[in-house]
Design a protein around this ligand. Structure first.
Ligand SMILES: Nc1ncnc2c1ncn2[C@@H]1O[C@H](COP(=O)(O)OP(=O)(O)O)[C@@H](O)[C@H]1O
Ligand SMILES: [Mg+2]
Length: 213
């Protein structure tokens, strides 16, 4: 899926949190939003996810403009801000519940995805006892288990150890290889330069730099 933003601005109480952002992300690429805290990375992901309606401009996903009451393209995997799970259930059970909404991911898909993010599918512990890093891994698993054509991930390496960062690289490059578009936001320049095909740098809600990683 391709993503295009055309002069997108978002004003909240008179302040521009997104300021005239125009960008193009081709299908089957990995794009990164970078910039300091508060520069608008999460807002930009929310706009692409259809969770934030721009004050001006348009967001076009897979050739269709997102509108307030239009149907959103269904093949999208999302992890924005903190992953939220049912803490009295296992990781597997949480994914099973999420998967029962669309019925795209099978039992085997869930087990395979958990292994791919470095979690044990047979782990009997409840999410309540997961570390932050384990929750982050589970959040990534939830976003990718249905093999979405568009993957939107905010700060993918949050709370992850060195192996976790490698896992993110593997999962993202595998998604691109299978034809998905991956868009992630990170203030970590290391992962941005290693992983992204295109990088968009934000400052105070405006795009200040665009280029190849
Ligand atoms: N719910 C909100 N209402 C108003 N302003 C917000 C809200 N959430 C974030 N902001 C502001 O929007 C700007 C961009 O925030 P954000 O996209 O979260 O930055 P980043 O993800 O790059 O750290 C910041 O100035 C922040 O204070
Ligand atoms: Mg953010």
């Amino acid at each position: 899926m391709s993503v295009r933003l055309d002069h997108v601005s978002k004003r909240i109480r008179g302040r521009a949190v997104l300021d005239d952002v125009t960008l193009d992300i081709p299908s089957a690429s990995i794009a990164a939003f970078t910039g300091p805290n508060g520069s608008g990375k999460t807002m930009l992901l929310r706009a692409i996810a259809g969770l934030l309606l721009p004050t001006e401009g348009k967001v076009v996903v897979d050739g269709t403009e997102l509108e307030a009451d239009a149907e959103f393209p269904s093949s999208v995997g999302l992890l924005i801000e903190y992953p939220v799970f049912l803490s009295h259930l296992t990781g597997f059970k949480n994914l099973e519940l999420l998967a029962s909404i669309k019925r795209v991911a099978s039992h085997d898909d869930i087990a395979e995805t958990l292994e791919n993010v470095g979690l044990d599918p047979f782990d009997k512990r409840k999410v309540r006892s997961y570390s932050l890093g384990m929750r982050q891994r589970l959040g990534i698993a939830a976003a990718v288990m249905e093999r979405p054509k568009l993957l939107l991930i905010d700060e993918p390496t949050n709370a992850l150890d060195v192996q976790g960062v490698e896992m993110v690289k593997d999962v993202f490059t595998e998604a691109r290889r299978s034809g998905s578009t991956v868009i992630f936001a990170s203030h970590d320049r290391g992962i941005v330069s290693q992983l992204a095909d295109v990088v968009f740098e934000l400052h105070d809600g405006a795009l200040v730099k665009e280029g190849l990683a």
